[in-house]
Design a protein around this ligand. Sequence first.
Ligand SMILES: [Zn+2]
Length: 280
Amino acid sequence: MTFGDFELHFLHDGTFKLDGGAMFGIVPKPLWTRETACDEKNRILLRCNCPLIRTGKHNILIDCGIGRKWNEKQREIYAIREDHTLIGDLAQHGLKPEDITILIHTHLHLDHAGWNTRLNEQGEAVPVFTNARHLVEARELEIARHQNEIQRGTYLAHNIAPLDAIRGFEVFTDQVVPVPGVTVFRTGGHTFGHCCVRIESGGKTALFICEMMPTTAHRHLPWVMAYDMYPLETLENKRRLFQECVRNGTLVLLDHDPNAFAVRLREGEGGKLTAITEAS
Ligand SMILES: [Zn+2]
């Protein structure tokens, strides 16, 4: 879609599944299953949504999906489908990975940093977006390099070390504006360095709200993922960002909703929010 002076496109890296209980934290199953169906293993369907911003000069990608470096067992655990990839979606727009000039990392979890690398014929992980500035919040990168026992499963070395080897990451603290109209800002909550991305052009505003509201079901304030390292920080960010989005009619871009890339939030009776899909 045309978005002010930019082109804004919604790409995705296919679907995967995560445990529904973990995705909805303290919310009991009878409540969250009213919004989202689960399979026989209690898993819910998610998609890896990656917005592409074309400014005329820059091709900016936000996050890079779950990638395709998975073995059979992992593919089964996460129900990773092989049929749709971010690289294929880029090709649909006439772009090769080398055409991406800026890759914004909201954070470096395995389902957001997957295409940082691919396996070559020797089975080694090699960088994919070879001409892109890889922007990441300084403390996010630090934690991704030195995980503790809780974080170990969510940061994979083969998405990070090959870029470190070529000094591929460019860090910032709290906020960065890589091009006028695109602001990456730290929220914390999900991870210490987790960031959202505000896109402003021609009087229009979009917000890649990322893990502050991964699916439309997470529009309820207390519906915070058990994966979040700092859930109270997520809660306060949700409150603040939701108010901003309702007030300004911001287009809210979702990172994991399987059916919606972009929604508008409307406030109804008692402050209850509804999410109206604009791009699916
Ligand atoms: Zn994450």
